[in-house]
Design a protein around this ligand. Structure first.
Ligand code: HEM
Length: 402
């Protein structure tokens, strides 16, 4: 039998895309003893796991509960639908355009001002890991002076969530972060209930479920989820969009000339190098997938990065092409363009439009401030990670602003 790659091996982490090819072809439904999970990798199968009512969210509590408490991602049915409906409007439409777009623009400008005169920067460390967190802190109406503190908490949080080797120091730092965030947020939430504003925290504080307000702990858990769900994903999506464009200078030139291509560059990045590679689901009854049966109640790992490069869905799937016609089948908006990076169905990413706005503003401002932005000589931005992936660093050079 042909060797089937192990998704937790070092070889896989170094180049998952080659492994995905083998999995899609030879082992589209695979049991992984170590993960205690089935693994699926074909586009149609992953799409079905996200969209079909035969699947619900998996039991994520072991991973998310210790750091966030109970969040949307762990909920199903009515509990999920009601809470999601409370928060979703803040991330789209007029609220996004009129209230939060200025926040996004200001934060991009502040960060770029920090390095535009330097002539060189690491866009991961100096921009991508900071920008989405700063935006969320400001959307919540918290103190801008606390951006560095939130950046520290965010870093500890994502280290905790990605702690596959169960390093005890990383685990302890994560738990400490949960406590520090609670100590910070709970008094702010109590104060905000007495002094409502037009910020996202006020929206969360006044949201009612069946006539009952969310508890202080619920609001805190939601803020905590936003930092991780809206931070790490957008951080990696931003860095990957920059990296893909910098590695394809002809396509970067197209984007420089025609900025309306930015959402396409973002959508193609989400297809080609998605930030989230693995999402778990669980079938309520036995289901058939790629000719095999997944028993009710088992965990299924959906390989988004594999599904997004399925040759049965995309032509020439292993090349990055912002002009590919498959992007024209955009559903509600360009960034969502039919890839699976935001999942689909009931848990489809609440922040997808916010992410598109953030990436669009960031790329526009970077290209305005640094028209000759390019990769530093010899730089080879390598993607890292297992559950989530993105470049570890992105050294660029440019003519410094006067
Ligand atoms: C859900 C990806 C940006 C907030 C999800 C899910 C994925 C995803 C795959 C489904 C999780 C699951 O079903 O287990 C992404 C990507 C992003 C991004 C690739 C950036 C490019 C954001 C932003 C926010 C956000 C900016 C908000 C600040 C959420 C929330 C959920 C979610 C709250 C839970 C939705 C639910 O369970 O109903 N995201 N996300 N995301 N995302 Fe995003």
């Amino acid at each position: 039998a042909r060797a089937v790659p192990d998704v937790l091996s070092d070889a896989f982490t170094a180049d998952p895309y080659s492994a995905y090819r083998v999995l899609r072809r030879d082992a589209p439904l695979l049991w992984h003893e170590g993960m205690h999970s089935y693994i699926i990798s074909r586009y149609e199968d992953v799409k079905k796991a996200f969209k079909s009512d035969e699947f619900t969210t998996a039991n994520y509590d072991w991973q998310l509960e210790p750091i966030h408490g109970r969040t949307l991602v762990q909920m199903s049915g009515r509990e999920h639908a009601v809470r999601r409906a409370l928060v979703a409007p803040a991330f789209r439409g007029r609220t996004l355009r009129e209230q939060f777009l200025p926040v996004i623009e200001e934060n991009a400008r502040d960060l770029i001002d920090g390095f535009r005169t330097a002539g060189s920067a690491d866009l991961v460390d100096e921009f991508a890991t900071r920008f989405p967190i700063n935006v969320i802190v400001d959307m919540l109406g918290l103190d801008k002076a606390d951006h560095p503190r939130f950046h520290r908490w965010y870093t500890a949080m994502i280290a905790f969530l990605g702690n596959l080797t169960q390093d005890p120091d990383v685990a302890a730092a994560g738990i400490r972060t949960r406590e520090e965030l609670a100590d910070y947020m709970l008094p702010v939430i109590r104060q905000r209930r007495d002094n409502l504003g037009d910020d996202l925290l006020s929206t969360l504080c006044t949201a009612e479920i069946d006539g009952t307000r969310m508890s202080d702990d619920d609001v805190k858990a939601f803020c905590s989820l936003l930092l991780a769900a809206g931070g790490e994903t957008t951080d990696k999506a931003l860095a990957s969009t920059f990296a893909n464009l910098l590695r394809h200078p002809d396509q970067l030139d197209d984007v420089r000339r025609d900025r309306s291509l930015i959402p396409r560059a973002f959508a193609e990045t989400l297809r080609y190098t998605p930030p989230v590679h693995m999402i778990m689901r669980q079938p309520a009854q036995d289901v058939t997938v790629s000719g095999g049966t997944i028993p009710a109640g088992s965990t299924v790992t959906c390989l988004i990065g594999a599904a997004n490069r399925d040759g049965n869905r995309y032509s020439d799937p292993d090349s990055f092409d912002i002009h590919r016609t498959e992007l024209d089948t955009a559903t509600a908006f360009t960034a969502a363009a039919d890839h699976l990076a935001f999942a689909l169905g009931r848990h489809f990413c609440v922040g997808a439009l916010l992410a598109e706005a953030e990436v669009t503003v960031a790329i526009n401002q970077l290209l305005d401030a640094m028209p000759d932005l390019r990769l530093a000589d010899g730089a080879d931005p390598v993607e890292r990670g297992v559950f989530t992936r993105g470049p570890a660093e992105l050294p660029v050079v440019f003519t410094p602003a006067a």
